[in-house]
Design a protein around this ligand. Sequence first.
Ligand code: COA
Length: 375
Amino acid sequence: MTTSTGSAAAAPAHERVLSPGLEGVLAGETALSKVDGANGRLTYRGYRIGDLVEHGTYSSVANLLWTGDWDPEARLATSAVPDAVLTTLRALPRSAKPMDALRTAVSAWGATQTLDWPPTPEQARALTSFSPSALAAFARIREGKDIVEPDPSLNLVEGFLYQLTGETPEPATARALDAYFIVGAEHGFNASTFTARVITSTMSDIASAIAGAIGTMKGPLHGGAPSEVVDQLAKMGSVEHAEEWLRGALDRGERLMGFGHRVYRAYDPRAAALRKVAEGMEHKPDWLQTAIGVEDMALRLLAERHPDRPLKTNVEYYAAPVLMGVGLTPDLFPATFSLARHAGWTAHVLEQAADNRLIRPDVRYVGEAERDLPG
Ligand code: COA
């Protein structure tokens, strides 16, 4: 490992390189995923994302991230929500955002557990199994419905859909959402993952780390744009009207949702995997064909406007039809993304704890010089 600590920290602040947003700063090492933005490639522990979607399950992928072992038979099911958490969820306003409810649930869950340091794969498994039940419970409580207890014969994603709807999902539907969970499980040092690692670095517990990560993912710059993809496609109406609408939006300086990425300069490999899933779905939303037609047109227009900046399709574009196709309402999209990211977040918590160093960067002071209090 090549590290730089002593000499950089010793230099006066005005002589050091300032990197707003930590852009380009190497703030750690990970063996969990490799995001190759230039070539549009993503691997989890060296395995290609497309292969994991085709041959794996979310359970096997979560197990791979936590343990490093590939076990296609690994099983993960949802778990019951402790009474104290249900009481907390029932006390929330029905209008609460699902992300707020999930963050609150994880925090309340932490208060019901003994979460000793260092965090363990068992703690990671327990939290990842709890959160889908908690989100499903809140979704039912806000509609005035009884909660549905977990069915241990179902895998985690099937269990989530069952506890949400009260009906055992069709295998194809569960399989499509499972693919989305695999694709959303892990993605390097993104903002929410970094938050989880900062919290862990203080030797705080795994529930605090994941509650913080959910709070970070809630922000519109991170939490994803699939519901806005749905809105934009609805505004276009049809492929025939799309070009006029797209040109108008770009003229107004608006962003096309589902395109562009901070890291990827090539087609996002997660979008490619989810497009395949969306096309193979039994209950595709009617507008999937519109989305496919609009994609080519949008890519052409973006290339015209930004010849020097490759702007390609990102994961959110095809997440939208998959999430709609499995029957989720758009207001559940960000919290569902958070459920999927639990595997990666908790794996990063374990990785941070295994070789811990308090994450505490420095800041350049730009305020008043030292002075006396007035009077
Ligand atoms: N539609 C239109 N123009 C876009 C664009 C988009 N989706 N994404 C980037 N651009 C343009 C910017 O307007 C900017 O143009 P300018 O140089 O003329 O000002 C240029 O491309 C570079 O944009 P920048 O904001 O520096 O890119 P970024 O890497 O910081 O942004 C995103 C990454 C994801 C925030 C951005 O691409 C975006 O807003 N995409 C739409 C939202 C979305 O799909 N989010 C989900 C991401 S997974």
